[in-house]
Design a binder for this molecule. Structure first.
Ligand code: ADP
Ligand code: ASP
Ligand code: MG
Length: 441
């Protein structure tokens, strides 16, 4: 069985945790291991890039010093024979970041700086595997992970170039690659967006024809609700690709939103596992039928803006919505929720980069209102029209919460409500308390 395993920031966040990762990949017999940067690194690199843009040399220097301490502690605790080689590489990486901040070139420098965490972490881990006596080979992901002008990964090229490196014949080699990073259409170092290592692992796992992609993190699988926000959440043992994709898209941080699609298309199961507790079952995501339970899980996506257009021209007219959507298409702004009445349409967006332009172009259609700081709460389950009372249960639990928008009926898998972000915690906790009784666990 060919397995691709991905480990997130906490899983590789210390020498002790890296030792645990080595045990896991050897006992699982991983063909390909995809690693994030040690936890806190990418945030620190974002701070460095921002300080470089502002010419704040002291912040750059202090943050680099913090990274030097973090990585040299890990190297000293983890390595012996390979210690000097790893330290040399660390100094080269830190010097490269310092050089880049010195001759700061805007976005090109930002991306180059952000890439260094994964490069450094994977190199240290590969040294550790070699010191343990394993055959381990360090791959450089930007050599085979390329994106096009729109930031989409080039799957055909990935398949071609990764399979020449990860060969079928040498089954006892552990291949170690970086998540997150890639080469963009202009040939510069780039990345797949924050939290993108999950997506890297999915794409690479598909490219080498894995039977399973495992995402190892710091929690025992996908929970029924956000454990950072509400009390009494529990792991879900099995879920379908569509449910997992919906939860990830609507904010379940455990998975980057794009992770599931490539695995679903290739029919490759995804397993979510806890590297701190490897024996825990985790969550298996497959094309299995959704189970019969009514409500399975809830996720929330913050930073949502509502745009409401009111126009008498919409009354009994056709083609109006197309014109509205063309404006969003022109500014490459995805729309999440939409509701309509006779003369109004409300829709939500999470990117406000082009909001001013969008409003300007919508004004000729009618009056335009904008409302910020909202959260979409998505309830996923088997919410179909064969059963009466499911919507009633949702709304009964939310009887104390002011609701701004409701979306249901596009599929039988989910219902979404929009609330002001200040009501998010109350909404998630109320749904948790009322929709998941003990028989559902
Ligand atoms: P990694 O660094 O391994 O990629 P992340 O921090 O990106 O890990 O994702 C794991 C975290 O996601 C968990 O620690 C948990 O707090 C958070 N999380 C949010 N929603 C959920 C959910 N529905 N189920 C499980 N974890 C969730
Ligand atoms: N290190 C990157 C980030 O923090 C990618 C990842 O961890 O998935 O966003
Ligand atoms: Mg993550």
């Amino acid at each position: 069985m060919i397995k691709t395993l991905k480990f997130g920031g906490t899983s590789v966040g210390s020498a002790a945790n890296m030792r645990r990762v080595a045990e896991i990949i050897t006992s699982e017999g991983a063909r390909l291991t995809v690693l994030s940067a040690m936890s806190g690194t990418t945030d620190a690199l974002v701070r460095i890039a921002a300080a470089a843009a502002q010419g704040e040399r002291e912040t750059v220097r202090e943050t680099l010093e913090m990274l030097r301490t973090k990585y040299s502690t890990c190297i000293d605790e983890l390595l012996t024979d390979h210690r000097d080689a790893a330290r040399e590489r660390m100094e080269r990486v830190l010097a490269r970041i310092a050089d880049e901040t010195f001759v700061y070139r805007g976005e090109v420098s930002d991306k180059l700086i952000l890439a260094q965490g994964e490069l450094l972490t994977s190199a240290i881990f590969c040294h550790h595997m070699q010191e343990l006596g394993h055959r381990a080979e360090l791959l450089t992901s930007p050599e085979f992970m390329h994106t096009d002008g729109e930031g989409k990964p080039d799957m055909a090229r990935l398949r071609r170039e990764l399979t020449t490196r990860v060969t079928e014949t040498d089954k006892d080699i552990y291949y170690i690659a970086q998540g997150f990073i890639c080469t963009d259409a202009a040939g510069n170092l780039s990345n797949l967006g924050r939290g993108g290592s999950d997506y890297s692992a999915a794409l690479m796992g598909v490219a080498i024809g894995s039977d399973e992609v495992q995402i190892w993190t710091d929690i025992d699988g996908m929970h029924n609700n956000d454990p950072r926000v509400v009390d009494r959440t529990f792991p879900i043992r099995r879920m379908s690709f569509d449910e997992a994709a919906e939860l990830a898209y609507f904010g379940a941080k455990i998975l980057h939103p794009a992770t599931i699609q490539p695995c679903k298309e290739a029919g490759i199961n995804v397993r979510l596992k806890n590297s701190m507790e490897p024996q825990a079952e985790g969550t298996l995501i497959s094309d299995a039928e959704d189970n019969a339970m009514d409500f399975h899980a809830i996720a929330a996506k913050d930073g949502i803006t509502v745009v409401r257009i009111a126009s008498a021209r919409m009354l009994m007219a056709y083609g109006f919505l197309r014109k509205v959507f063309e404006v969003f298409e022109k500014y490459r702004t995805p729309v999440d929720m939409i509701t309509t009445s006779e003369v109004e349409v409300s829709l939500t967006i999470d990117s406000t980069c082009h909001l001013e332009d969008i409003i300007r172009e919508l004004r000729p259609f009618g009056s335009v209102e904008v409302n910020r700081d909202n959260t979409i709460v998505c309830i996923v389950g088997c919410i179909d029209d064969r059963h009466a009372g499911l919507a009633a249960r949702i709304f009964h639990s939310l009887r104390e919460v002011p609701i701004r928008m409701i979306s249901y009926g596009a599929n039988h898998r989910s219902m979404a409500v929009l609330v002001a972000t200040k009501h998010k915690r109350q909404t998630l906790q109320a749904l948790n308390d009322h929709l998941f009784d003990c028989f559902n666990r």
